[in-house]
Design a protein around this ligand. Structure first.
Ligand code: NAD
Length: 264
């Protein structure tokens, strides 16, 4: 049987190290024959990202800080020069000041609100627009969100607000690009131990709570996230766009922990 992503080329943004969700996705895509380019945020990340990219035969690795629009433009100029077109995009980028990922949302500062929104939400819109220009034959775009977008999670605060706007962006972008055969979706991942995940105060408590109280009684694995991304980025999901797909062991359907948990 031919591989699902054979002959497909795409851009992966958001690998910081081998724990990154973007890396879990890249591994699943590579196993199915995809060819990928990677971005990394700056020199400090290059040291970790380059060996990973090398391990799957990637020879296009470009620095990109989404706060610097010239660096975003440079990524797409390089993709255009090297490949001309792409078939998929993974956006797995988020940032907020750690000191505001604790306490009350009401105490969010104006500056950090704007910066969190720009990096964690608007960057997807800016990048999607540029990626669509390189997708004349259609394509698939994917971003990453979290359940804190739709219900209140302790300490997630301004990031939850940014993720809500990101999820709305997914729907608007799906409409904008639908007639070009470009699909836009998000995975809402359960908690994963990553650099970004550790930035949220009491991350370990949240991780354990969701593990104990999700229907599957487990946290999501790198393989599960990679598999769901593969589905959304491949033709297997050809009729799916504008969706937020939960990959969270079912935690999002629970309104109250199992009663036996409360009795112990
Ligand atoms: P990670 O720390 O491995 O990845 C976050 C990435 O964002 C890093 O590669 C970092 O370099 C990049 N980034 C931050 N600011 C940037 C900027 N200005 N320019 C360019 N890149 C920048 O953590 P992760 O958990 O793999 O995060 C990936 C995505 O998954 C994020 O959107 C995150 O919100 C989302 N997510 C994470 C979890 C979790 O529990 N870890 C759950 C649901 C969703």
């Amino acid at each position: 049987m031919s591989k699902l992503m054979q002959g497909k080329r795409g851009l992966i943004m958001g690998v910081a190290n081998d724990h990154s969700i973007a890396w879990s996705i890249a591994k699943a895509l590579a196993e199915q024959g995809a060819e990928m380019a990677f971005t990394y945020q700056g020199d400090a990340f290059a040291r970790r990202v380059k060996p990973l990219a090398d391990s799957i035969g990637c020879d296009l690795l470009v620095p990109c800080d989404v706060e610097d629009i010239d660096s975003v433009d440079n990524v797409f100029a390089q993709l255009k020069e090297k490949w001309g077109t792409i078939d998929f995009l993974v956006h797995a980028i988020a940032f907020s000041d750690k000191s505001e990922l604790r306490g009350r949302y009401a105490d969010t500062s104006r500056d950090n609100f704007a910066r969190t929104m720009q990096i964690s939400c608007f960057s997807f819109t800016e990048i999607a627009k540029r990626a669509a220009e390189l997708m004349p034959n259609g394509g698939s775009m994917l971003t990453l969100t979290y359940g804190g977008a739709t219900s209140v999670m302790p300490n997630y605060n301004v990031m939850g607000v940014a993720k809500a706007a990101l999820e709305a962006s997914v729907r608007y972008l799906a409409m904008d690009f639908g007639d070009q055969g470009i699909r836009v979706n998000a995975i809402s991942a359960g908690p994963v131990r990553t650099l970004a995940g550790a930035g949220v105060s009491d991350a370990r408590l949240m991780f354990n709570f969701q593990q104990n109280n999700s229907p599957l009684k487990q946290t999501v694995t790198s393989k599960q996230l990679g598999g769901s991304a593969l589905y959304l980025l491949s033709e297997m999901s050809g009729g799916v766009t504008g969706e937020v797909h939960f990959v969270d062991s079912g935690y999002n359907i629970v309104s109250m922990p199992r009663l036996e948990e409360l009795k112990t």
